[in-house]
Ligand binder design. Structure first.
Ligand SMILES: *Cc1c(COP(=O)(O)O)cnc(C)c1O
Length: 463
């Protein structure tokens, strides 16, 4: 399998190269050259298999020659050994036809661990074999950062620098990033919002001199390997509910469009996915795009589901690439317009195709809190605010259709204790492995939202 850029002007890469590179040199994102197909028989055969086995079979066609079967199976086994559920991602019914897919049993209590734990293993295999060292830089609205730090702490082949918006992540999220003691992981608090952090990461990738000096690599949601690892749980959950014989819909709390794009990829591979429901909070660029056909930036509004407080959804570019018949030049033009004029309009054909697969719903802060309260009242489940945005969307869009709908439970409620307690009166406790989080000393650098300052800091502190 080879990987091509959404903007059509970057070198074609192997899986290993695309994984280690992250962002393409023409500013685009890497996409598989074609979608591998799984037959109905192959999908049916996944029923009852352990998560690791499904992961192996779903991802194998994308990996090419990058790893031997033994290496790849070993990496998968190590990645998920630390999850606190043997199912890895248990599926829980909460109402007739409605399910939660619990993706938060990894070390940092959010779904980002599912991909990041595997990426840590794959990076380490590839870099150690090549005798190389890289500097991983990532922007986070809260959960990617801790997941990356947790996946790479102590590995000798990498330094990790995570940029997060100063004062705009929850205390648990911040402490997960600032308390690890290993010297190869570094938290940077940027005076700005998440989009500023993401823009500085993109700037660093476009500064080729800096990029080559430090051996820059990315693991945030623009990294293809991350999207790929997330396709797996769409398969495990759909198969548990009767795929390939029965279709399933998914409601996905969405920020950067990574998780829901993984659902789209699973569908392209042959999984019978009926609807993909984009669930947004107040930061609703994707919901507005589906309604109006115009992708237009607005300011970022802080919310009680902070991991979705974004203005631009980076991975939407991957979908655009397919909606624009894989014409890199057309995608590049749209992205130029976004940068220059703050938005662009989808051509009618692309919009029709978007609407043919995706629905959307937006949850206000009140609706999010009300959903947390209703879930607790009806069956005693305490859910996080992001998950609540998804449950709200499943109710609003999906209603009482007979096809089952799975909402991705993207984080553990204990990551957002204040919002959860305010909504339902229950203060969720941290699991035992994190019980002393509030006592651990913190280590963080606060910096201005300025490229040169951040680049200098990275050059000077890498080990
Ligand atoms: C990152 C995150 C999201 C959004 O996921 P995307 O892949 O960026 O769309 C939703 N919920 C939680 C808890 C997250 O950490």
């Amino acid at each position: 399998m080879r990987y091509i850029s959404t903007r059509g002007q970057a070198p074609v890469l192997s899986f290993e190269e695309a994984m280690l590179t992250g962002l393409a040199r023409d500013g685009g994102l890497y996409m598989p050259e074609s979608w591998p197909h799984m037959s109905a028989g192959e999908i049916a055969d996944l029923a009852g298999a352990p998560y690791e086995e499904v992961a192996y079979r779903v991802m194998r066609p994308f990996i090419g020659e990058a790893f031997t079967d033994t290496e790849f199976r070993g990496a998968i086994a190590r990645a998920y050994a630390g999850f606190r559920s043997t199912a890895r991602v248990p599926l829980v019914q909460y109402e007739a036809g409605k399910f939660l897919l619990e993706l938060h049993h990894g070390p940092t209590l959010a779904f980002k661990d599912v991909a990041m734990q595997l990426i840590g293993q794959l990076f380490d295999l590839a870099l150690t074999r090549a005798g190389k060292r890289v500097t991983i830089v990532g922007a986070t609205s809260g959960d990617t950062g801790s997941a990356a730090i947790e996946a790479f702490r102590g590995l000798s082949s990498v330094d990790v620098f995570i940029l997060y918006p100063h004062g705009r992540v929850s205390e648990v999220q911040r402490r997960q990033m600032t308390t690890p003691v290993e010297s190869n992981v570094h938290a940077i608090a940027v005076e700005g919002d998440f989009d500023d952090c993401q823009a500085r990461v993109k700037d660093m990738f476009n500064d080729f001199a800096f990029r080559d000096t430090v051996g820059l690599a990315a693991v945030n949601s623009i990294n293809w390997a991350r999207v790929l690892a997330q396709t797996v749980y769409f398969f495990t959950s759909a198969v548990a509910l009767g795929a390939p014989h029965r279709a399933v819909s998914f409601a996905v709390p969405t920020g950067n469009f990574g998780d829901i794009f993984a659902g789209y990829a699973a569908k392209r591979m042959g999984l019978p996915v009926e609807r993909l429901i984009v669930a947004t909070n107040l930061n609703d660029i994707l919901h507005r795009t589906l309604e109006t056909g115009e992708y237009r930036m607005e300011g970022v509004h802080p919310s009680i589901s902070p991991s979705m407080d974004i203005q631009i959804s980076s991975n939407f570019e991957r979908l655009l690439f397919d909606l624009y018949d894989r014409e890199g030049a057309a995608v590049a033009l749209a992205m130029d317009e976004l940068r220059a004029r703050g938005g662009f309009t989808l051509p009618q054909g692309a919009l029709n195709r978007l609407r043919a697969e995706f629905d959307s719903a937006r949850a206000s802060e009140e609706e999010t809190s009300a959903t947390i309260a209703a879930m607790f009242a009806s069956n005693g489940q305490v859910i996080c605010p992001h998950t609540a945005v998804g449950v709200h969307a499943a109710d609003e869009v999906h209603g009482t259709r007979r096809i089952p709908v799975v909402t991705l439970a993207t984080a553990h409620a204990a990551k957002f204790p204040d919002a959860v307690e305010a909504a339902c009166g229950q203060r969720p406790a941290l699991p035992p492995h994190m019980a002393d989080l509030y006592e651990r000393p913190e280590r963080v650098q606060v910096v201005a939202n300025d490229l040169e300052t951040i680049e200098t800091l990275i050059k000077d502190t890498r080990t």
